[in-house]
Structure formats: C-alpha cells, structure tokens
Design a protein around this ligand. Structure first.
Ligand code: AMP
Length: 418
C-alpha cells in the first residue's frame, strides 16, 4: 500500500515524502480514504501508530479543496488533552501543510501561558485550531475565536480528555459547533464516558481498529528488575553507566519524587531534570528541548509526560515507580521504540510492588522473568506488624510460610515468572 493509492493530493504527497514517511501505517491506510469521503471515523490505535497524520492529511486535503475566507474562520478544530500534545500535533499539521498552494494557517493554543500572544496570533483568524479545551473556551469568551464555521472536529486521545476532567468543557465546545460537521475521533481506550460521547456524536462512523501485528509492534525489549525500594536511584545510576545510556526517560509517581531523584542524579554528576505539571510552561518546554537536543541525559517525569510525547530516538524508558494501571504502562513504554526504532523499557519492582506488577503483567499478557542485578539483589521482605521476616523463607517467623511467602522467596532467588 502506498500513500498515492490513498487518494492524497500531490501537495500532500510531497509533504509526506519530505517527512520521509515511505508507506502509510495501518491506521493511516484504514482512516484516510474514509475521512477523505467525508465519513465520521472512530479510531482506536496504539500510541505511536501515526494517527496524527491519519486525521491531518484528509483534513488538509478538504481545506485545500475549498477556498479560504477572509478573515479566516476556523474550519478544523483539533482538541487534545495536554499542552505538549497540542504543540506536537500542531507542528505535524504545519509540516504536512507546507506544500499546499494556498497557505493554511494553523493556530496552536493551550493553557499555562499568557493568553495575550495567542489572541494576537488569532487576529485575522486561523484555518486550523489545535487546542486544549479550557484555553479554547477562554479565547471564545474573549471573542478571539468563533467556532461556527468548523466543518471538521477531531478529538485526539479522547479517553485522556475525560481522565483529565474536561467533560464539562467538551460539552460547552460541542454546543458552539455547527451540527453539520465531520467528526474524527481517536482514543486508545473506550471507557463508558468515551463510548457514550461516540454514540451521540458520531454518524454512522467507520470504525478503525488497528490491532498491533507482531511486525508492526514497536520493537521494545521489556525488562523487570527486582530491587529494594531504597536502592532504586543507585541502581538507576549503575544501569546508566553500565549500559552507556545516553537518553533516559524515568517515570515516577509524584512531583516530589521527580524533584528528589533528579537532585540525587545531579549530585552524582548526571545531567538530569524533573518534568511534571507544576513546572511553568516555559520550564517544561525548555526541559523537552534540552532533552531532544541531547543537552540532558535523564528526564524524571510524572505521568504528565506519559502520553503523546514524541521524542525521536528515545532508547530507554525506566519505571522507577510502577504506573497505576496497565494502560498507563503501555503509554509509558510507548515513549520508546517509536516509528520503527528499537527501545528498552525497564521496570523496577520492589517487594511492596510485586503484586501490582504481576497484575500489570497479567493484564498485558507479559511473561517477564524478574531479573536481579549483581550487587543490587533485594534484601527486603514484606513485614507484618509485630513479626520479623524469616530470612530462610522470606516469610514471617513462627508461621508456616504461606503460598505468597514462597512466591516472594522464589522471587528473591530470581525465579518468579511474571
Ligand atoms: P503519532 O502516532 O501520530 O504520534 O506518530 C508517531 C510517530 O510516527 C511520529 O514520529 C510520526 O512522525 C511518525 N509517523 C507517522 N506516520 C508515519 C509513516 N507513515 N511512516 C513513518 N513514520 C510515521
């Protein structure tokens, strides 16, 4: 299958080849022809599947075929859950629009930065608006933008829009849009809120469900390492040095942990920065730019960074703290091994998080052996109140070892199948 056979215009084919996209990805093969026919699309696709181009190319082709007004009225609206995804999607659309005969103006608007420059840039209008919901409504309230001419609405990472509490804003935005429009709707998962929205929003949609085939799955080696919780930073330093890792994205559970681990690494002369929701937008942008330009070796992030970020050549992701859910696990490890590159995803598992890891592994159908690294063999065992662990069994002294105790003891010897 080639891009030409999907029915794309010469200007868009030029842009695709300038981006060095040789063949369309499965989600592009399935979604582009349907969207070009004006059909609604309900897409479920893995992170890194190429879904941005899957909705951006047809949307741009429709703009190309219709004259732009003056002043420009937004004709395509793309709603995304995070600032980073907003910038990333907007940049991809700009690149794909680069060769169109009539220039397409793409406005990228998100919260956390001053609204005034965004209002200035919207003077004279915009053809395509990529936005986070809250800031979009602020701009509408300031009369900087009207949505009454939108002919295509894209919801990108719809599940995440709900996770982040945008339901009310979404409702308001939908009321501002013309009823007659095309809807392109992408989500990694379909919880009830997303299903309900899809049912009310979409008209006879073409369902695009790209199941990952073995050969199209990102090439990610997954590892799980048993380590005492208190020795994780040391182990991280050891792995970075031993494996000569040049660029590592480390996930932790809290902003505080992001700050502390980054601090400890810096004290060990490893160039590291935290990345979380409480940093200013300027700082977040700078950390990402430094990371992408290899001025930073390690970024310690909360789940703010788990979705949508596209950092080319990110070889290693480390789960310093395990993610809360197996879906988050997939999003985190999806940061590496993107667009055909290989990657390594390492999870640190302490005695306290073993059960949780087993659950994630089971949900993902992973069959991972819990490894031990020489010099970092775990010594901790689960302790019940008032009783000490029995070093021989890993169980509690004075009790017969339970099935769990036996599993723990086996894990400590590095034999637990995960
Ligand atoms: P996305 O799922 O839209 O975030 O895309 C993931 C990555 O795949 C991005 O780096 C895109 O630039 C890249 N990409 C998208 N489509 C293609 C394609 N047809 N061939 C190669 N890379 C692609």
């Amino acid at each position: 299958m080639s891009f030409i056979s999907l029915g794309l215009s010469p200007a868009l084919l030029r842009a695709v080849s300038a981006k060095a996209y040789l063949v369309p990805t499965p989600v592009q093969v399935a979604a582009i022809p349907a969207a070009l026919q004006g059909r609604d699309v309900l897409g479920s696709a893995q992170t890194g599947s190429g879904k941005t181009a899957a909705f951006a190319l047809p949307l741009l082709q429709q703009l190309e075929n219709t004259a732009s007004e003056s002043p420009r009225r937004a004709r395509a609206l793309i709603l995304v859950p995070t600032r980073e995804l907003c910038a990333q999607v907007g940049e991809e659309i700009r690149a794909l629009a680069a060769h169109l005969a009539r220039p397409v103006k793409v406005s990228i608007v998100f919260g956390g930065v001053s609204i005034n420059p965004q209002m200035m840039r919207l003077r004279g209008g915009a053809d395509v608006v990529v936005a986070t919901p809250g800031r979009l409504l602020d701009l509408v309230d300031h009369n900087a933008l009207v949505l009454s001419h939108v002919t295509t609405l894209v919801l990108d990472e719809a599940d995440r829009l709900f996770d982040l509490g945008f339901a009310e804003e979404l409702g308001r935005i939908l009321n501002l849009l013309p009823a007659q429009r095309q809807n392109l709707f992408f989500s990694a998962t379909f919880p009830p809120a997303v299903q309900a929205l899809a049912q009310t929003l979409l008209r006879d949609p073409v369902r695009v469900e790209v199941l990952p085939e073995p050969q199209s799955q990102p090439d990610i080696v997954q590892r799980a390492i048993a380590v005492d919780a208190g020795r994780r930073t040391q182990l991280l330093r050891h792995l970075i040095a031993q494996n000569h890792w040049r660029r590592v994205l480390v996930f932790v559970a809290t902003k505080h942990a992001a700050e502390t681990v980054a601090d400890k690494l810096r004290k060990a002369r490893i160039n590291a920065e935290p990345f979380h929701g409480e940093l200013s937008q300027g700082k977040r942008t700078q950390v990402l730019a430094d990371f992408k330009a290899s001025r930073l070796k390690v970024v310690i992030a909360t789940d703010v960074a788990a979705r949508g970020l596209d950092i080319a050549q990110l070889p290693v992701v480390v789960n310093y703290d395990l993610p809360r859910s197996s879906v988050d696990y997939i999003h985190r490890i999806g940061r590496t091994g993107r667009a055909g590159e290989s990657g390594v995803a390492v999870s640190f598992v302490s005695v306290g998080t073993q059960a949780h890891f087993r659950l994630i592994a089971k949900r993902q159908g992973l069959d991972l052996q819990l490894e031990q690294i020489e010099g970092f063999e775990p010594t901790e065992v689960a302790v019940a109140a008032g009783a000490g662990p029995d070093p021989a069994t890993g169980g509690i002294k004075g009790k017969r070892p339970s099935k769990k105790d036996k599993l723990r003891a086996a894990a400590a010897r590095g034999q637990t199948p995960m």
